[in-house]
Design a protein around this ligand. Structure first.
Ligand code: HEM
Length: 461
């Protein structure tokens, strides 16, 4: 069977090029080969990128028994997340698990976390030194990790939560190399990144299982509204409760998928804002304008998508965009290309939130959260969190970039992060207006959770 055109370089070289320049590589390949092109990578084998909105729609809405996202995700994430994770499951088991997990991440439920998000931001910003250069990405990770821990386990401060805060960040750092380098999969006496990664996973597992055991023993799930309590009360279609291992895999999924991605999105928002003075000025002057704040978040996720592609593995020979592709091929909607197409976005390289103010994007032209039955369940949560953190930071400090040179995107595990970690200098602390403070403390920054998070983009279901 023929494959669509694509580079003939050895797979390891192609992996190196993607890692070094994920956005640029994909866009250049599209310009050269067109809306459907192939590549080869270690571990993943032959992959086919799809960069046309109508074809992407067909992939996202295609038969889930043919387009397996779970099998595809297992290649990169299976070792960490296990086989009962929403990300690694397919077909009926995926849908039944998705039904259990969706309610706490629904727009309405997310509203409850706005206060937690604002508090975590306030505390973090208070610790930033004045006049010194600092990297924002780890600071954003500290905020989003705190928030996801509270959402998943409830408001439980204490030693175990501190240990989660110590043990989770190394997971993200260690997985980067493992994606592409099969050699490092070996243990070699505990010295390789894979061996350290397995130890890091075991350390987090220990905490998760302890939390599950405590919660089962406490038997107060009905009075609590955190995600773990909801899952303890949830039942499969046959009436059985979730087992410990199922709970562990879902909690690990939420803890990892739910914080690095959002922290990276926030880092890019600051990276772009500090290099686009017109937008930063308008946003700072109108922090209570939820529509503009929402447009800034959407434009950030468009121009610097945190995840550049999503994967579906074909379970049988299937026609995609006019090509008959063999079973086993990975088909990848090319998020980074769609977001940079000049026929979909005027001057696509410019950071211009206004484009999302009137009407938003065409269907399947804005897909930072993927699509179809696999669309990110944390999309509302992430957007509310990005709006809240942006607003709370900009109310409290004036930031400056040490250099106007844009930070390049580089791959860290599955996300694309600013290459220098989003470097900033805190120039000044601002007096927080008491009126706004009182309103916020009262009802969770009015409007934040109501901003038109999902409305402006059509056609994802
Ligand atoms: C800016 C932040 C985020 C981005 C860019 C993002 C992006 C994505 C993408 C691209 C997918 C794959 C969709 C597909 O295959 O079509 C995904 C899936 C997923 N995300 Fe997110 N995500 C973010 C935040 C979150 C948060 C905050 C959570 C949880 C609280 C979360 C949990 C998940 C889960 C559980 C899935 C698997 C869904 C399924 O397979 O049914 N994500 N996300």
């Amino acid at each position: 069977m023929d494959f669509p055109p694509g580079p003939r370089l050895p797979s390891l070289v192609q992996a190196g090029l993607v890692t070094a320049s994920p956005y640029g590589w994909m866009i250049r390949r599209w310009r050269r080969y067109g809306d459907i092109f192939s590549s080869r990578f270690p571990i993943f084998g032959r992959v086919v990128y799809v960069a046309d909105p109508a074809e992407v729609k067909r992939v996202f809405t295609g038969d889930p028994t043919v387009f397996h996202a779970g099998e595809a995700n297992t290649l990169a994430l299976g070792d960490a997340l296990g086989e009962h994770s929403l990300l690694t499951l397919d077909e009926e088991r995926h849908m039944s698990q998705r039904k259990l997990l969706l309610p706490p991440f629904h727009g309405e439920s997310v509203r409850r976390y706005v206060e937690v998000m604002a508090e975590a931001t306030e505390r973090e910003v208070a610790s930033w030194p004045l006049g010194k250069e600092l990297q924002l990405r780890p600071r954003m990770q500290a905020i989003t990790l705190e928030v996801i821990l509270r959402a998943v386990f409830g408001v439980r401060d204490g030693e175990r939560m501190d240990r989660f805060r110590e043990r989770i960040p190394p997971l993200g750092e260690l997985t980067s190399v493992l994606n592409w380098m099969p050699f490092f999969e070996r243990d070699l006496g505990g010295l390789t990144p894979a061996a350290r990664f397995r130890r890091a996973i075991a350390a987090v597992d220990e905490l998760i299982y302890a939390e599950i055991a405590d919660r089962r023993a406490a038997d107060d799930a009905e009075q609590r509204d955190d995600v773990l309590s909801l899952l303890l009360g949830a039942r499969h279609e046959d009436g059985s409760p979730m087992s410990d291992i199922e709970l562990r895999d879902e909690l690990m999924t939420l803890l990892t998928a739910g914080h690095e991605t959002t922290a990276t999105g926030l880092s890019w928002a600051f990276e772009r804002l500090l290099r686009t003075p017109r937008v930063l000025e308008r946003l700072t002057a109108s922090l209570d304008d939820d529509d503009y704040l929402d447009a800034v978040v959407k434009e950030t996720l468009r121009v610097r998508p945190v995840i550049v592609d999503v994967a579906r593995k074909l379970t049988r020979d299937t026609e995609v965009a006019g090509w008959r592709l063999p079973a086993g091929t990975l088909v990848l909607p090319a998020i980074a290309v769609l977001h940079a197409r000049p026929d979909l976005y005027e001057s696509p390289g410019e950071f211009r939130p206004e484009r999302f103010l009137d009407g938003g994007a065409e269907s399947y032209a804005w897909i930072p959260f993927g699509g179809g039955v696999r669309r990110c369940i944390g999309a509302s949560f992430a957007q509310v969190e990005m709006r809240t953190v942006l607003r709370e930071v900009l109310r409290r400090v004036r930031l400056r970039a040490p250099s106007q040179r844009p930070e390049r995107g580089v791959i860290r595990h599955v996300t694309v992060v600013p290459g220098r970690g989003c470097r900033v200098i805190v120039e000044e602390r601002l007096a927080v207006e008491p009126a706004a403070e009182a309103a916020g403390a009262h009802n969770g920054r009015p409007g934040l959770a109501d901003a038109p998070g999902e409305v402006a983009v059509r056609g994802h279901d």
